[in-house]
Design a protein around this ligand. Structure first.
Ligand SMILES: Nc1ncnc2c1ncn2[C@@H]1O[C@H](COP(=O)(O)OP(=O)(O)OP(=O)(O)O)[C@@H](O)[C@H]1O
Length: 269
């Protein structure tokens, strides 16, 4: 039996009169890579915001590791082994690459201000562990040669990888990637694809939002398609690519019956 790291059911999110998510559902299996796609404003980022406790659903259930998050205080949700990256890169621009990764550990840091101030053995040990881990992640994400560079000076693709490296400092079980390939060139996208694959091999489940169809279809075992807050299709890339509702949502209603996403969006697998 497969275990789900994430189970969302019957979730509705409203902003005044606007229904951002309407009876939404999704399951992500442990160690799997799943995707959420849909046109602009479909509700994709809202999905991430309910998983991380930024928005409270009007109704429904959001479970991570079988723990119900709806009704759980945000500071407890923050410790549920879920990490995320954002559509707009949010690095500490003038800190170097290693320091940015280390910053990702702040949520896990134990001990008191005084134990750090007086360099007590426990605090020193913890600092050393954090540094070791940051160096390992630097390598894992292929960022070693940029270690001392200010984050802002990195090529775009590397900045996105740095965001991912920083998010991995919290040892997440579920990683949420919001448009990770946005603005990347084809070579950077292939490198990112390999990194996401490597992350999933570490038994970290991944849920990603992405507009790049080739990237989504190559990586995800399961895709959920949103349109105006409702799920209009879900399934494997092969199922999604040929789904007429999906093609219509992206391209309008005057699409011929034998068109597929592969034809229209030039998806090569
Ligand atoms: N805090 C908010 N207050 C009011 N409306 C909101 C808020 N957050 C999102 N929305 C609205 O909810 C709908 C879904 O937004 P969301 O950001 O989830 O879409 P999206 O699919 O991620 O879009 P994009 O691909 O453009 O990022 C949109 O109509 C958006 O304007």
């Amino acid at each position: 039996m497969t275990n789900n790291i994430l189970s969302i059911s019957n979730v509705t999110v409203k902003f005044g009169g606007l229904v951002a998510l309407n009876d939404f559902h999704i399951n992500v299996r442990e160690g799997g890579i799943s995707g959420v796609i849909g046109p602009n404003g479909a509700g994709k980022t809202t999905v991430f915001n309910i998983i991380t406790g930024v928005y409270k659903p009007f109704s429904g259930s959001v479970k991570v590791n079988n723990m119900e998050l709806v009704g759980t205080p945000t500071h407890i949700i923050a410790h549920q082994k879920v990490a995320r990256t954002f559509q707009n890169i949010r690095l500490f621009a003038n800190m170097n690459v290693l320091e940015n990764i280390i910053a990702g550990a702040c949520i896990k840091r134990e001990g008191t201000f005084l134990s750090s101030l007086f360099l007590l053995p426990k605090a020193l040990k913890q600092e050393k562990e954090i540094l070791n881990k940051a160096n390992k992640l630097l390598q894992f994400c292929g960022l070693e040669k940029f270690k001392d560079f200010p984050a802002i000076s990195l090529p775009y693709g590397m900045q996105r990888k740095l965001e991912i490296a920083r998010s991995l400092m919290t040892d997440p079980h579920l990683l949420l990637l919001d448009e990770p390939a946005a603005g990347m060139n084809p070579t950077e996208k292939i490198a990112l694809q390999e990194l996401v694959q490597k992350i999933s091999e570490q038994k970290i489940s991944v849920l990603l939002i992405e507009h790049d169809m080739k990237f989504v279809m190559n990586l995800c075992e399961n895709i959920t398609v949103l349109n105006y807050g409702s799920v209009i299709a879900e399934g494997t890339p092969d199922i999604i690519q040929t789904n007429h509702d999906v093609i219509e949502a992206y391209l309008g209603s005057d699409v011929e019956d034998d068109f597929t996403i592969k034809d229209t969006l030039n998806v090569a697998r």
